[in-house]
Design a binder for this molecule. Structure first.
Ligand code: ADP
Length: 189
């Protein structure tokens, strides 16, 4: 199976859940800039201090900050055998930076899997998650902002990866197992 993957999709689409499944299936790490930034905020590092306000408002953290975080992670030895990128890249500039990093490392991306779920269902999922997990950006205003940011800044990356011939678009509606099976099917070749 392919092992250098990018999961793309709107907030709440299930990227994180599927990434965790793929970690055990493929034995390669999940690289989630959202998780890394939340850890930085919790630890009170410089990156965390810089990122916090943007995250709470549902806005994107500046490209330079996120790119540095992602590059450092991709350079860790455990990413040599592959990786599951989740939530990075989110802008055209991040996508170009990722290309440059992977060229330097001599490891091209093999698949970009886009999960789609209709927007009303996504907002419902995020509201539920807000109740369960209490993430500081799962409030109404931040959820709306994250959806807008996704449509404007991140959705255009679908065309970018389609142009590369590595795009697979999958229905993200269904049980975790059903969606996982669709993804595995897309990684077989
Ligand atoms: P979700 O996909 O559920 O919105 P993430 O956990 O991926 O959440 O990201 C949470 C927040 O972290 C984003 O709203 C943004 O502020 C910040 N963030 C994560 N990844 C990036 C990125 N690649 N570029 C800019 N900001 C990011």
């Amino acid at each position: 199976m392919l092992r250098r993957l990018l999961l793309l999709g709107a907030p709440g689409v299930g990227k994180g859940t599927q990434a965790v499944r793929l970690v055990s299936r493929l034995g390669v790490p999940q690289i989630s800039t959202g998780d890394m930034l939340r850890a930085a905020v919790a630890a009170g590092t410089d990156v965390g201090r810089e990122a916090r306000g943007y995250m709470d408002r549902g806005e994107l953290v500046p490209d330079a900050v996120v790119i540095a975080v992602a590059e450092a992670r991709l350079r860790q030895p455990d990413a040599e055998r592959g990786f599951i990128l989740d939530g990075f890249p989110r802008t055209a500039e991040q996508a170009r930076a990722l290309d440059a990093i992977l060229v330097k490392l001599g490891r091209a991306l093999e698949r970009c899997v886009v999960l789609s779920v209709d927007e009303q269902a996504l907002v419902e999922r995020l509201r539920k998650r807000a109740e369960l997990e209490g993430r500081s950006d799962d409030n109404e205003a931040a959820i709306r902002t994250r959806m807008q940011v996704y449509r404007k800044q991140t959705e255009p990356l679908i065309d970018y990866y389609r142009g590369r011939g590595i795009l697979v678009e999958l229905d993200g509606v269904g049980s975790v197992d059903e969606v996982a099976a669709r993804i595995e099917g897309a990684l077989a070749a």
